[in-house]
Design a protein around this ligand. Structure first.
Ligand code: SAM
Length: 222
């Protein structure tokens, strides 16, 4: 349970400098890795976007501490590298299904990532899934128009669930992998497929991976 977790009152109450000591004060996270697990994606994104801030969110205490330590070690090992300095990646222990707008300002994110989220197979557990109409309203709020939601899973039923909910939400439109590659987001797509611990496990087991991406649009679809 997370009832003991403290939440920031608002994004303005967060000391991002403490998270990203080596970057310009005033910068705010632009890429959010929701349920980041051991942090493979967040860490892969850091050198791809050396001038942007990346934030992983993870609910498990030990796992979030592990990612914190991993980032600290990478910062130490790469001091002085302007492209891979890892000053631009951080992690918070948080329940991302609660108070997401307490972390991110309206229209502040360029991308939200949901990589191999917990499937919650049983129908009565579906309400625990990280993609739902209520939560999609929050995701639309924190994403800037043009921002991308990336989802990937090895569970076909969960893929259909996420895709259907996103398709039915008026502020998102589907965007194909090909379009994203044409737009120059190929390295991000590759990282979505291969950078995380869960993604690697699926590969080892020769599992299939289902990708679904959506763009936050400005004018609601009718
Ligand atoms: N994205 C990672 C990857 O691909 O390796 C981790 C995938 S793992 C199956 C799902 C992760 O989401 C777990 O680490 C779990 O603790 C985390 N998680 C589940 N619900 C969460 C929530 N409400 N807020 C933050 N993290 C959550």
């Amino acid at each position: 349970s997370d009832h003991t977790l403290d939440y920031p009152k608002s994004p303005q109450h967060i000391d991002w400098q403490a998270h990203y000591p080596g970057v310009d004060p005033g910068k705010k996270p632009e890429y959010a890795d929701i349920g980041c697990g051991f942090g493979g994606l967040s860490i892969a994104l850091a050198p791809l976007f050396p001038d942007s801030l990346i934030l992983g969110m993870e609910i498990r205490v030990q796992v979030s501490q592990y990612v914190k330590d991993r980032i600290t070690a990478l910062r130490t090992a790469n001091t002085g590298d302007p492209k891979a300095h890892y000053q631009n990646v951080s992690i918070v222990r948080a329940n991302a299904m609660k108070f997401l707008p307490n972390y991110f300002e309206k229209a502040s994110l360029s991308a939200l990532f949901f990589l191999f989220p917990d499937p919650h197979f049983k129908v009565r557990k579906h309400k625990a899934r990280i993609i739902s109409p209520t939560l999609l309203a929050e995701y639309a709020f924190v994403l800037r128009p043009g921002g991308i939601v990336y989802t990937i899973t090895d569970v076909k039923d969960l893929h259909d669930w996420m895709r259907t909910h996103l398709e039915n939400f008026p502020l998102f439109e589907p965007v194909s992998e090909e379009e994203l590659r044409v737009e120059g987001k190929g390295e991000v797509v590759d990282a979505v497929y291969t950078s995380t611990e869960e993604g690697k496990k699926v590969e080892r087991n020769n599992g299939e991976k289902w990708l679904a991406c959506f763009r936050r649009i400005e004018v609601p679809r009718v």
